[in-house]
Design a protein around this ligand. Structure first.
Ligand code: ZN
Length: 61
């Protein structure tokens, strides 16, 4: 069974890494999102930066 809880919070996409709420809602098209990773999910900017940008761009800060 696919139970979907309807909570006020559940409409907010949470970062799959740290669990913090992002600025995007579940019904926001992924085309319009930043920091969305196919196969992983929605990341917050901080995690996205640390995981995907830091790697290829070390020392720039
Ligand atoms: Zn995060």
């Amino acid at each position: 069974m696919d139970k979907r809880k309807k909570q006020p919070d559940s409409e907010i996409e949470r970062c799959v890494i740290c669990g913090k709420p992002t600025e995007y809602h579940a019904d926001t098209s992924i085309d319009k999102r930043d920091c969305y990773v196919e196969g992983a999910g929605q990341l917050c900017r901080k995690c996205f930066f640390e995981i995907y940008l830091k790697n290829g761009n070390e020392g720039t800060n």
